[in-house]
Write a protein that binds this ligand. Structure first.
Ligand SMILES: [Zn+2]
Ligand SMILES: [Zn+2]
Length: 265
C-alpha cells in the first residue's frame, strides 16, 4: 500500500526510480507539466471510489471517480470458468474487493500494456496471488516484479473460459487484446484497451503509437495489427474509456484501417 505510484500514469513501482517515471518519460506518455509527482495507494483511499457498470450479461466495467491518472477502465468477465480481470486500475479499496467477491471473485488477470499495469500486484495479492498474464515482450516494463506475473510468448495464448490473448503489437511490442467468443450473445467480443481505440464516432476505431502525443503508425504497422485480429469473430469491441463499438465491430476495424491507410498515403 505504501509503494510509490506515479500520479500521471498510475503505475506502482517496487522502488521510486531515479528521476522521472520511465513509463511517463517514454514518448507514448508524458511527465506532467510541473514535474514528476508520486503518491501511494494508501494516500488515494477515501479520495476516489470505484464504480461498477454492467456492460452486457457476465461483463462489468470498473472505473474510478473522480478519475485518477490515465483514467482507464478495467473489466470483470465471467467466462464460465472463473472471472478474468481485463486491464487494471490503480485504486483498490475494501469496497471494490467486496464488490468483486460478491460477483464471484477473480481467478486470473490480463493487462493489455504497461500504461495499465497500475497496482496489478496489489490486485493479485488481494485475490490470493492470482496469475497476471502479460506478453513476454513487455518484461522490461514490469515496475514491481512479482512471481504471479506470468509471461507468455508467441502470437496467441488461451486462457480458461474460451478467452484468447492476442499479441497484436503496435502501441507496444507485446500489446495484447482479449477475445471472448461468448461475448455479445455468442457473436464474440474483443477487449481492446487502447488499440484499436474507439473513436468519438463509435462506428470507427483508430490506431496511434502515442495517444497523448499523437504519433501515428505507418501502413505496415496498421496492417500488422489488423492481420493479428483477422482470424477472430467479434460483434463488439470494448475500449478503455467507456466508448465501445456495439455492432459489427470487426467490420468497423476493417473499414477504419482502410480509412487510416488512405489518410496516410
Ligand atoms: Zn508514470
Ligand atoms: Zn496506452
Amino acid at each position: 500500500m505504501s509503494f510509490p505510484v506515479c500520479v500521471t500514469c498510475g503505475v506502482q513501482y517496487a522502488e521510486k526510480p531515479e528521476g522521472d517515471c520511465p513509463i511517463c518519460a517514454d514518448s507514448r506518455q508524458y511527465v506532467a507539466y510541473g514535474g514528476q509527482q508520486w503518491t501511494t495507494l494508501k494516500d488515494l483511499l477515501g479520495k476516489h471510489h470505484n464504480v461498477f457498470t454492467d456492460i452486457e450479461p457476465r461483463v462489468v466495467s470498473i472505473h474510478s471517480e473522480p478519475a485518477f491518472a490515465i483514467g482507464q477502465r478495467a473489466f470483470l468477465i465471467d467466462t464460465g470458468e472463473g472471472n478474468l480481470l481485463w486491464d487494471c486500475i490503480t485504486l483498490l479499496d475494501d469496497a471494490t474487493i467486496a464488490g468483486i467477491e460478491r460477483r464471484g471473485s477473480i481467478t486470473a488477470m490480463a493487462i493489455s500494456h504497461p500504461h495499465y499495469y497500475s497496482t496489478m500486484i496489489e490486485w493479485s495479492n488481494a485475490f490470493g496471488g492470482i496469475p497476471i498474464w502479460i506478453h513476454e515482450a513487455e518484461r522490461d516494463w514490469i515496475c514491481r516484479p512479482a512471481p504471479q506475473v506470468q509471461f507468455w510468448s508467441g502470437y496467441t495464448h488461451k486462457l480458461p473460459g474460451g478467452i484468447t490473448l492476442i499479441r497484436s503489437g503496435g502501441h507496444f511490442d507485446g500489446y495484447q487484446v482479449a477475445h471472448w467468443p461468448d461475448g455479445a450473445e455468442g457473436r464474440g467480443a474483443l477487449f481492446a484497451g487502447d488499440q484499436p481505440q474507439v473513436c468519438g464516432d463509435r462506428r470507427w476505431v483508430s490506431f496511434l503509437y502515442s495517444y497523448p502525443n499523437m504519433i501515428p503508425f505507418n501502413a505496415r504497422q496498421v496492417q500488422a495489427i489488423t492481420a493479428s485480429l483477422e482470424p477472430f469473430a467479434y460483434e463488439r469491441l470494448y475500449g478503455a474509456f467507456g466508448r465501445h463499438v456495439l455492432q459489427d465491430a470487426k467490420g468497423a476495424v476493417a473499414r477504419s484501417a482502410e480509412r487510416y491507410l488512405r489518410a496516410i498515403s
